[in-house]
Write a protein that binds this ligand. Structure first.
Ligand code: PLP
Length: 371
């Protein structure tokens, strides 16, 4: 054993994280799918008042069951694609990343398997590793949809205790049809199926939320976050809706008082301002659709998107394109299958900056041979 005595399988591994640059280094930040519109002065003031009130009680531990917040989140979900969701069906933690890790801690573990379909969210294998759970990854079709027969076969063969399905998928933007979710819930038997709807609010009209399927499948978990559409990435609040028995199981692995009084006050104040915080979602969906169309006009391949980002390519040297854009102050994400890049949808001004920079970069000599 050498010092520090880190677990063998963690030795030499770099911590996960997109490059985080200052606004001076990269004035146009389109790399982590944040909402470009911050809260209004009125919402910020209300959050500050709620936090000030919570500050008066910080000598005490917070409500371990975050009862009021669960009521608020249940009400919000019932207005956002769900129905009949009660507070006992809701769980929350510090970002949906923590929610997902808790799921793996409660339902994964040695001798068990977690399954997803690539390209998929790059954090999933890390939760599996940290919860000492075997990780199996199937593959999506050329157009990033799920081949349902192959997916069902893989579930039958590997018998996962947890299936992780982002919908809309990160990094491709692809939403899953409800039939696919239903089919995988049936195939998983007693295993649980997590539909990660981190980008659910951005889905195109006509794309249903998996929340609608909750009454039909007790092994279905639908997770959401306040980090994206809600414009609250800095507050760290993720949550899910599922069968109360699944919430009870997660309660066994959560740390005591994991949601601070400050976090609970912030999230509750944000929920009171939900219509305003979510008010830019329609603008962003429009900007997304215009970005998809523009990229296609440039002759690029673009994945259909139900999210607030767009995956486009393919470039023989994607790193050079990424670097070239950064040279113009535009930071996007080098992620997804080889040759593809992902851009988050920002304000109209930011997207104009992105388009001008990409036009210049694509006309530069070494960039021209895109495949
Ligand atoms: C951004 C994102 C999340 C949200 O993470 P938080 O911890 O809630 O900020 C979850 N899942 C996917 C696929 C994401 O892209």
């Amino acid at each position: 054993m050498s010092f520090p005595p880190i677990r063998e399988e963690l030795r030499g591994i770099e911590p996960y994280g997109a490059p985080q640059l200052s606004l001076e280094q990269a004035p146009v930040q389109l790399n982590v799918n944040e909402n470009p519109y911050g809260p209004s002065a009125a919402a910020a003031a209300d959050i500050a008042t709620a936090v000030a009130r919570a500050a008066m009680t910080l000598n005490r531990y917070p409500d371990r069951e975050f009862t009021e917040l669960r009521e608020g989140l249940a009400a919000y979900l019932n207005s956002s694609g769900g129905s009949g969701i009660t507070p006992e069906m809701v769980w929350a933690a510090n970002g949906s990343n923590e929610v997902m890790l808790q799921i793996l801690q409660a339902f994964g573990g040695p001798g068990r398997t977690a399954l997803s379909f690539a390209p998929t969210y790059s954090m999933y294998p890390e939760y599996a590793r940290d919860a000492m759970t075997d990780w199996v990854v199937g593959h999506r079709a050329e157009d990033f949809s799920l081949d349902l027969d192959a997916a069902r076969d893989l579930v039958h063969r590997t018998r996962p205790s947890v299936v992780l399905l982002p919908s809309p998928n990160n990094p491709t933007g692809t939403a899953l049809p409800p039939e696919a979710v239903s089919m995988l819930c049936d195939a998983a038997g007693d295993g649980i199926v997590v539909v990660d709807e981190a980008y659910g609010e951005f889905r195109r009209s006509g794309t249903p939320s998996a929340l609608e399927l909750l009454p039909r499948h007790r092994n279905l978990v639908v997770s959401r976050t306040m980090s994206k559409a809600f414009a609250l990435a800095g507050a760290r609040l993720g949550y899910l809706a599922t069968d109360p028995a699944i919430c009870d199981a997660i309660r066994v692995v959560r740390l005591p008082y994991h949601l601070s009084a400050v976090t609970q006050a912030t999230a509750l104040a944000a929920l009171r301002h939900a219509p305003e915080l979510l008010g830019r979602v329609d603008d962003l969906r429009g900007e997304r659709d215009r970005t998809v169309a523009w990229l296609r006009e440039q002759g690029l391949e673009v994945a259909d998107s139900d999210a607030n980002f767009v995956l486009f390519g393919r470039f023989a040297h994607r790193h050079a394109v990424w670097q070239g854009l950064l040279g113009h102050g535009v930071l996007i994400r080098e992620t997804g299958p080889d040759g593809w890049l992902r851009v988050s949808v920002g304000t109209a001004e930011e997207m104009t900056a992105f388009k001008s920079a990409l036009t210049i970069v694509m006309n530069t000599e070494p960039m021209r041979d895109n495949t």
